[in-house]
Design a protein around this ligand. Sequence first.
Ligand SMILES: *Cc1c(COP(=O)(O)O)cnc(C)c1O
Length: 373
Amino acid sequence: MTDPTPESSWCEISLPAISHNLSHALDRLPKDTQLCAVVKADAYGHGIENVVPLLIAQDVSYIGIASNAEARAVRDLGYSGRILRLRMATPQEVENALDCHVEEMVGSLTAMRSLLQTLGQAALPRLHISLNADGMSRDGLELSTAQGRDACLKILDLAQNRVAGLCTHFPSNLAADLAASIARFQKDQSWIFDHSPLHRNDVLIHAGSTLTLCSGQDPKTDVMRCGAILYGIAGLRPDFQSTLALKSRVISVGKYPKGSTIGYDRTTCLPQDKVLASIALGYANGYCRQLSGCGEVLIHGQRLPVMGKISMNTIVVDVTTLPDVAIGDEVVAFGQQGNQAIDAQGIEHLTGTIMADLFSDWGQRNPRIVRQG
Ligand SMILES: *Cc1c(COP(=O)(O)O)cnc(C)c1O
């Protein structure tokens, strides 16, 4: 057993690993490109209060957020750099974030008009024009149509000197797709500079996320907005470290005879006598039901199968091969124990989702224990 914690299931956050990943991300940026460190979804489940001090320590000059609560938490931690919101916001949301000096995205003429109506010209925050160069068709202006170009010029005129940035978000980082998106974004920028009073030096150009940074292609922006890379979600790259582990404890051990069924709906039946352990982890902790019948956990450094359906607060593990398993033993559902690991590739495959989804879920549903070393 490692050092005891007061919890029966928890997320373990490694601050040195996040710092390490941050340093590597900063080293990897193209020359003259700065980092916007993304802390939406409570820093992908790691806790804004844990991550922001590390960003301040390494002089990160831009932080990306989604909600007003996140912006406020970032300011309350003493961050005085620029905060960019990574999605559109309602006029009310924008108004409530004025004192946090959040820079906002605008991607339609309707949005620009309602912002002006709510705030008035004098109170407008710094605005970033969101372009659909990417083809996300989520919130950006589509400059391939005459209507989109006309809306763009009207927005620039209404926003006047509050325009602080031009941005897009690439939907795919496959080499050919990304090259085409970068070219299209540059074409859209040129069109704006050729047809409006806006100058290149007036604005911050930003696009690109973790996968763009890892792609080796340079989107030629002032800022790249990266989140996943800080949290070690960057594919199979040994230079990035794992930052979050999901752990729990054994809460019961018992012998069950051949023929016993396990869990709801009796989906599993024991082919022989077994020793089964119950673990204080279930779908309410984000150990999702897709892992029913296929999940594995580590106990005493051994990889063991999860049996039957995942319940709300418990899972059942076959510990027949572990004669000295005891109540209170540590269980690793994601992360390392001894020289074994439940890794991202395996868990993404079994759950059918991505680590960013799992981390933000686990981080919100479990107590977090922070490791300094
Ligand atoms: C989340 C987000 C990012 C960061 O993406 P990662 O893949 O986590 O690096 C960048 N830009 C926008 C607009 C986002 O919503």
